[in-house]
Design a protein around this ligand. Structure first.
Ligand code: DX5
Ligand code: ZN
Length: 219
């Protein structure tokens, strides 16, 4: 069974606690928190304050996805707020190796994200250092976008790179994940699914989460 990480970006923040508890009860494994700065991506979401609030609501693993420029500046703040894993974009930092080391120095898990147009070779020299690769299957910045099918090929390539590395590295897919796209994403080798609209965007969060879990078994 893959790890299901509902993205709270699609939640109703006026009843965030209720929705998080619903998702947790329905079997969410992690929560995915999308941080957008209006600079690296053309949208602004939320910062460490909300991560801290979510951390008080749930004991589940908090998967923090930084879609921000100059991530080094803010890593400590997000760890302090309760991040269990911090993922940075390879495109957002000129010294990816240094950024990865900085995150590791805070004793949390570290992930590297690739935009749809970023080639897999960006991972080659950091794969021995990281716990997760996040493959963006939409251009980052907004929830509710359509899955880009060309990314499936990239997921397969990265899955092979991970097997060759013989390290335990999670392969996460983010953007347009729903009951239709899940089987092919799993078949390509991913083991962590982020879903915003397909879970929090639905009337019945529990049913929506179960539907994605079921779809993952059809791969
Ligand atoms: C997009 C974010 C995603 C987003 C996914 O920039 O990184 O995590 O919440 O949303 P859906 O599942 O609606 O595509
Ligand atoms: Zn994300």
């Amino acid at each position: 069974m893959p790890i299901i990480a509902p993205s709270i970006l699609a939640a109703d923040f006026s009843i965030l606690k209720k929705q998080i508890q619903e998702a947790e009860k329905a079997g969410a494994d992690w929560f995915h928190l999308d941080i957008m700065d209006g600079h690296f991506v053309p949208n602004i979401s939320f910062g460490p304050m909300i991560v801290d609030a979510v951390n008080k609501i749930t004991n589940l693993f908090l998967d923090v996805h930084l879609m921000i420029s100059d991530p080094d500046k803010y890593v400590a703040d997000f760890v302090k707020a309760g991040a269990d894993q911090v993922t940075v974009h390879s495109e957002a930092t000129p010294h990816l190796h240094r950024t990865v080391q900085l995150i590791k120095s805070h004793n949390v898990k570290v992930g590297v994200a690739l935009n749809p147009a970023t080639p897999v070779n960006h991972l080659e020299n950091v794969l021995t250092e990281i716990d997760l690769v996040l493959v963006m299957s939409v251009n980052p910045g907004f929830g509710g976008q359509k899955f880009i099918p060309e990314v499936l090929n990239k997921i397969e390539k990265i899955s092979k790179m991970i097997s060759i590395s013989e390290r335990k590295i999670n392969l996460e897919v983010d953007g347009g994940v729903d009951v239709e796209t899940t089987p092919s994403i799993i078949a390509a080798g991913a083991n962590v699914l982020v879903a915003g609209s397909a879970i929090f965007g639905k009337k019945n969060i529990a049913d929506a989460l179960t539907a994605i879990k079921n779809a993952s078994q059809q791969a």
